[in-house]
Write a new protein. Sequence first.
Length: 264
Amino acid sequence: MVAQARARWPGVTLADADFVSHLAARLPADVEPDEALAAIHASDVYLACACALGAPGAVQAFHDQVLARLPLLLAAMRLDRPALDEARQMLADHLLVARNGAPPRIAEYTGRGPLEGWLRIVGIRTVLNARRGAGKGAETLGDSQAEAQLLPGGGDPELEVIKTLHKEDFASAFRAALDELTPRERTLLGMHFLEGVPTLRLAPMYRVHRTTVARWIETAQQSLLDGTRRQLVARLQLSAEECESLIALLRSRLDVTLRTILGG
């Protein structure tokens, strides 16, 4: 991983021990090391670590090869050139400058998703926070009707942008969580939420009481939500609050989400 990272960022000088220590501190404690390392975007962590430590060449590489892609990363927000330049400056200051004795915020990047994806989320938050501070609305954000169907509107523009830009990530997370369910759980969810079969009719099919079927459906629904939450955290590196907000939206309209993702 060190060799690959050095090849990816040839102009960055970072001590091997610093990178390995930084990487080890960000591995999830509940996953076997080999498995955790296999899922890490190590070269991206290398650059983030180098920027956090002020390693030679790191900040320049971040500006030239990562921040330079900000117009593409924030394309859905339809920012004009002055707004993009301002966003780039705000992000550079927010991520690369240490404050109050704490390391630069870029040290918070864990590598569980691509650095560009993480930067897009941080960029969205930064722009929206700046707009709120200036008393501006978020009316320029794009959101098609198809994208809006994936989750119901929650009144939070930041969640709406995350939902829109990461529609495919959400759908993939949802499908992965669905695959983790047992065949019976998937069947019950499909019949109950997609076909509208009530528990009163499902119970005789399994020769159990309707309360048992209701409990099975509730357990399957909770497992699906928990699995989706876990996948989203790994893919998008959302905060606990943001993830819970998305899961709450999903819970409120599970039937719509199932039809949207599985309807085909």
